[in-house]
Design a protein around this ligand. Structure first.
Ligand SMILES: Cc1cc2nc3c(=O)[nH]c(=O)nc-3n(C[C@H](O)[C@H](O)[C@H](O)COP(=O)(O)OP(=O)(O)OC[C@H]3O[C@@H](n4cnc5c(N)ncnc54)[C@H](O)[C@@H]3O)c2cc1C
Length: 468
């Protein structure tokens, strides 16, 4: 949508084909009886001044500046997130706190004396936080989120997503000389009054006002490639099979899907293998409308314990007070799963009952009686799974797509990168600019593929949420 708007603003003829009945993708918002639910709570943070101005101009007074507050629910206690070792040590019982600190210090010394390689998530986290904290929080949470052991997940995911604790920072905290969030943690974020989807609804309106076409409910089914150029895009809208001719395509479809569309049924074996290996973790969201003023003051509550179904409890009202009618609130319970598995396929009532039981064990009472309605939302491609060799597979697929000269694949699914919305939007702007500079002829594969790598410099995407 960001690419389409950038192009439409300078008078290019643009058509957006969107398979859903609404815009926004993972950043969409659903409305139900005056309650608003994102697909898992989102917040907008960006280092790009250009992007921030774009969002401010689009939303004006509808953009709120909010402060985040996140906790981990662990053994009946609430521990701040991002984890701060002093807080962890204080909240868990003394013996365990001592073990956390001791194992952290032991690992620091060990890595200095005998540094070990770190390919997996497990190794990366253990080397930085110690085995005890890994076993208490990161390990179980990560396995629950991804559905595979953290020893099978690439260290890239950890290095891009977990705020680092420096030893001096920790020690200063322990002796009380430093307070507040960890240094890498941005607590303030931007959020639209009516949910994150409002950004993309505004973009769509403006794109259409510039003469752009928006086709919702239009699922792309094929790309007609001739002499290394996409000549037309096939899509299904309702019962109808349609085709649209094009000069260039910017695609946010999942990378393996794009490869299959270009390569047809007979992909060479290595490509076929890589396309199969790059998978996504799905999410089921149990959304509950409540006749209560508030459940908790927190934006996110992480639930690492594998006994409970959900990984995060979110209360949309804590992002925007307009996410629920006055004096009422709602919960959005994030449950990772695989498409078609037992959680994905469970009847609505069974999921709701299980969530209510879990919440009551976690100390939240009265929710069942206060429920006005509940429903689930489903996300097929929630998280690109970084298996240990995912970079090999990803590079192979991107290289193949790179041969098609007027096609740019980008975004979270299209680049197969765990990016936040700001990077996905920057990719959209970069894709539009590449097309404008070349007037539809993005001849250099290097230029096109570099868009998928935008902001991938190590350490730059140091962020504040364990997942997003
Ligand atoms: C639970 C959760 C929480 C998150 N929280 C945050 C957060 O707090 N802050 C943040 O910045 N980011 C967050 N993110 C990440 C953010 O959602 C993504 O970075 C962003 O949505 C990526 O945008 P995209 O356009 O690349 O992909 P998407 O949002 O997935 O959009 C891709 C679009 O392509 C469409 N599409 C796919 N295939 C086809 C097809 N065949 N035909 C037609 N249309 C198709 C999809 O329907 C979709 O609209 C979160 C993600 C999740 C899952």
């Amino acid at each position: 949508m960001t690419a389409a708007l950038t192009l439409a603003r300078v008078g290019a003829e643009v058509t957006v084909l969107e398979r859903e009945q609404r815009v926004g993708g993972l950043c969409g918002t659903q409305e139900r009886r005056g309650f608003r639910f994102d697909l898992g709570g989102h917040r907008f943070i960006s280092r790009s001044g250009e992007l921030q101005s774009m969002i401010r101009d689009l939303l004006g007074e509808d953009l709120l500046l909010r402060t985040r507050s996140s906790v981990v629910l662990n053994g009946g206690k609430q521990v701040r997130y991002p984890l701060e070792l002093d807080d962890v040590a204080r909240k868990v019982e003394l013996s365990r706190g001592a073990r956390v600190v001791a194992s952290y210090l032991k690992e620091q010394v060990r890595q200095r004396v005998l540094p070990e390689s770190e390919n997996s998530f497990e190794e990366w986290v253990t080397h930085r936080f110690g085995r005890e904290l890994y076993a208490t929080f990161f390990g179980p949470y990560t396995e629950k989120l991804w559905g595979i052991p953290p020893s099978q997940i690439s260290a890239d995911w950890a290095s891009q997503r977990i705020s680092l604790l420096s030893l001096s920072d920790v020690l200063l905290r322990l002796v009380g000389l430093r307070r507040g969030g960890s240094r890498s943690c941005a607590r303030r974020y931007l959020y639209p009054r009516l949910g994150i989807g409002q950004i993309f609804e505004r973009m769509a309106e403006e794109m259409v006002s510039h003469g752009g076409n928006l086709n919702i409910g239009a699922r792309v089914t094929g790309l007609d490639v001739h002499r290394c150029r996409v000549r037309s895009v096939r899509y299904q809208q309702g019962e109808r099979e349609m085709e649209i001719a094009c000069d260039a395509v910017v695609s946010t479809m999942a990378l393996p899907q794009v490869v299959r569309m270009i390569g047809g049924r007979t992909l060479p074996a290595p490509l076929e293998r890589s396309a199969r290996e790059l998978r996504f973790r799905g999410i089921r969201l149990c959304n509950v409308l409540l006749d209560l003023p508030e459940v908790s003051p927190h934006t996110w509550m992480y639930v690492s314990d594998p006994r409970y179904l959900m990984t995060r409890i979110q209360e949309p009202r804590q992002r925007s007070p307009f996410a629920a009618p006055p004096h009422q609130t709602s919960l959005m319970l994030e449950i990772p799963c695989d498409v078609g598995d037992a959680v994905w396929s469970a009847p609505e009532q069974a999921i709701y009952d299980r969530c209510m039981d879990d919440l009551s064990q976690l100390g939240f009472s009265g929710l069942r009686d206060a429920t006005l309605e509940h429903f689930s939302s489903f996300v097929e491609e929630g998280y690109p799974i970084y298996h240990l060799d995912y970079q090999r597979d990803r590079t192979r697929l991107l290289g193949f797509v790179g041969d098609t000269k007027n096609l740019i694949t980008c975004g979270r699914q299209g680049a197969f990168r765990y990016v936040f919305m700001d990077t996905a939007m920057e990719m959209g702007i970069a894709a539009a600019n590449a097309l404008l500079e070349r007037n539809g002829h993005t001849d250099s594969a290097h230029n096109r593929l570099s868009i998928a790598e935008l902001r991938s410099e190590r350490g730059l995407v140091e962020t504040h949420a364990l997942t997003a």
